[in-house]
Design a protein around this ligand. Structure first.
Ligand code: NQM
Length: 377
């Protein structure tokens, strides 16, 4: 539990990498129950709203300005549940609306580390509920017995994911029923392709889709991009970013998400033909800064778009066949393989997805936040 340390409040926390993201993870019971007080603590812990997050432990990029709040499962069949919080470095709010499949990878390791979940054997499998959207994932981690005769989370291993140096123990993640996480359904406009009119950009063909992450899929070429840019090139291209943001605002409304000016979604996915032997090339904006790779559920959603005949992604994707295709989603630091399960009776229906991530415990201790009326001990 939280305690006083001088004029600060010390809150137990594990700093973890989950996939290609990183942030502090908390046992929910160590944080204030009141949402306003909790958010004040989380913002102070990360150092927001300072863009550099110099007075906190955030990494000054959306991918390293995230938090996980974990609790034991409270319903049958759910081992662990958690809330994902996204803080834009310069922002003043903790957004708990959308999914994050990267941070998700660290949730079961956190639960075992903190004794919330007992390791079951060499492998420990649990169903993890993401409260943000009600999504359930089945997750398997390695929990071998150490020299002390006790089971522990194994972080070392041979699994590699692009965007993270080296190798680590594999974390297998399976999803069912991810359609319509924040939007009302997989295709919230009812169409696999829409044409929207955007001031200063003109008519743009898009696929508006949500199979775990609300995405606007647009052909990179339509926006004058190649789809093979580096994240730094995208971040430096103010004209491109302005067009993408104008398109996002129009598409947010079309997707039934209202005015998304201050929202972290929909994310923007620029697609192009694959260049490195994969199925499709992607460049993601999350939503105003370029992703260094691609989000997990963004990859699931982009892969789903690739199999849907008539979609903008289907136009540029290649080599996706069978009812269990592995879609290799190329991104700026490599590729992300998503295996989709298609309904044999209707191969246009994606019913499950599976993928591999890794995670690592980076630091264990207390995060210190200045005590204030909102952050009492
Ligand atoms: O789409 C970044 C990330 C994410 C989210 C983002 C994610 C997902 O890479 O499931 O993982 O899209 O903001 O962590």
């Amino acid at each position: 539990t939280a305690r006083r340390r001088g004029s600060q409040t010390a809150i137990p926390c594990l700093l973890m990498r989950g996939g290609t993201s990183r942030g502090p993870f908390f046992d929910e019971r160590a944080l204030p129950a009141d949402a306003r007080a909790r958010d004040a603590v989380l913002l102070a812990a990360l150092g927001s709203p300072d863009e550099r997050q110099i007075d906190g432990i955030g990494g000054a990029h959306p991918l390293t300005s995230k938090v996980g709040i974990v609790a034991p499962g409270s319903r049958p069949g759910v081992g662990v549940e958690w809330t994902f919080g996204q803080v834009q470095p310069g922002g003043t709010a903790v957004d708990v609306t959308a999914n994050c499949g990267n941070m998700l990878a660290a949730v079961l390791p956190f639960a075992v580390e903190t004794g919330m979940v007992e390791p079951a054997g060499e492998l420990t499998t649990a169903r993890v509920l993401t409260r943000n959207t009600g999504m359930i994932a089945e997750i398997t981690i390695r929990t071998p017995t150490g020299p002390d005769g006790r089971r522990h989370v194994e972080y070392a291993g041979e699994a590699r994911i692009d965007g993270v140096p080296g190798s680590a123990a594999p974390i297998e993640i399976g999803f069912l029923d991810t359609a319509g996480s924040v939007a009302s359904s997989l295709l919230p406009t009812g169409n696999v392709r829409d044409t929207v009119e955007v001031d200063g950009v003109g008519r743009v063909e898009v696929t508006l889709i949500d199979n775990g992450q609300p995405l606007v899929v647009v052909e990179a070429a339509r926006l004058g991009a190649t789809g093979y840019e580096t994240p730094a090139e995208i971040d430096a291209d103010d004209a491109l970013k302005a067009e993408v943001e104008a398109l996002r605002l129009v598409c947010g409304r079309a997707m039934g998400l209202g005015d998304v000016t201050d929202r972290n979604y929909p994310k923007m996915t620029l697609v192009a033909p694959p260049k490195h032997g994969g199925s499709v090339s992607t460049r993601s904006l999350i939503p105003r800064v370029a992703h260094r790779s691609i989000g997990v559920l963004a990859a699931v959603t982009a892969a789903t778009a690739c199999v849907l005949e008539g979609s903008v992604a289907h136009d540029v994707a290649t080599g996706i066949t069978g009812t269990e295709p592995t879609v290799s989603v190329e991104h700026p630091s490599g590729e992300f393989s998503v295996t989709l399960g298609l309904d044999p009776a209707d191969p246009q229906r994606v019913v499950r997805s599976a993928l591999l991530r890794t995670a690592r415990l980076l630091m264990s201790g207390d995060v210190l936040v200045p005590s204030s009326p909102l952050t009492p001990v």
